[in-house]
Design a protein around this ligand. Structure first.
Ligand code: GAR
Length: 199
């Protein structure tokens, strides 16, 4: 069974959705380890309560290359096959990406390439788009830019706030992240340039 390494920085609802889908048998994988770069991340408690390995590796003040080497070593130590960024709010170095070639996924709360970076839901409201959504993509050396595995569209309503829009997007995030992980660990795809072709 493929082993997931889940990287988080905060709430961890995407991690919980993945863990739930594994527990109910909808996703055939196991969580090898959950790693947070912030000590206060709630999801470390959630992971421990589920009997999973939870590790806190604080990143504050550390050199990126040094931190990423520690992070990669921890993931290797747990025999991770696929790295899943789930609200992990840090850029990864080229060295880290080379450690896990084509084996890092990220979820982002917009229809990329629109609204990369921070506060994607705020960016969508500020631009007054009618539709936004979420994207699961492979991670490459550029920010929120690697080949796209799955996207889901979400309507933006006139009265939306960042909170209401984020909640609507999050429901879709919880659905498509597990679906994308399932495709990738089953090897039911091939990457041709930017294109992820489902096979
Ligand atoms: C999610 O909306 C995720 O898409 C976003 O952070 C939130 C984490 O929520 N990620 C990014 O913006 C990455 N650029 P969660 O901790 O409850 O899963």
């Amino acid at each position: 069974m493929k082993r997931l390494g889940i990287l988080v920085s905060g709430r961890g609802s995407n991690f919980e959705a993945i863990a739930r889908n594994i527990a109910t048998g909808q996703l055939d994988a196991e969580v090898a380890v959950v790693i947070s770069n912030r000590a206060e991340a709630r999801c470390l408690d959630t992971a421990l309560a589920r009997g999973l390995n939870a590790v806190c590796l604080p990143s504050k003040g550390l050199d990126r290359e040094v931190y990423d080497r520690t992070l990669a070593a921890e993931l290797h130590r747990h025999g991770v096959d696929l790295v899943c960024l789930a609200g992990f709010m840090r850029l990864l170095s080229a060295g880290f990406i080379r450690e896990f070639p084509d084996r890092i996924l990220n979820i982002h709360p917009s229809l990329l390439p629109s609204f990369p970076g921070l506060d994607a839901q705020h960016q969508a409201l500020a631009h007054a788009v009618k539709i936004t959504g979420c994207t699961v993509h492979f991670v490459d050396q550029h920010l929120d830019a690697g080949p796209i595995v799955i996207q889901a569209a979400v309507p933006v309503l006139d009265l939306d706030t960042v909170e209401t829009l984020s909640a609507r997007i999050l429901t879709q995030e919880h659905r498509i992240y597990s679906e994308a992980i399932g495709i990738v660990i089953a090897g039911k795809y091939r990457v041709q340039g930017r294109r992820v072709l489902l096979t």
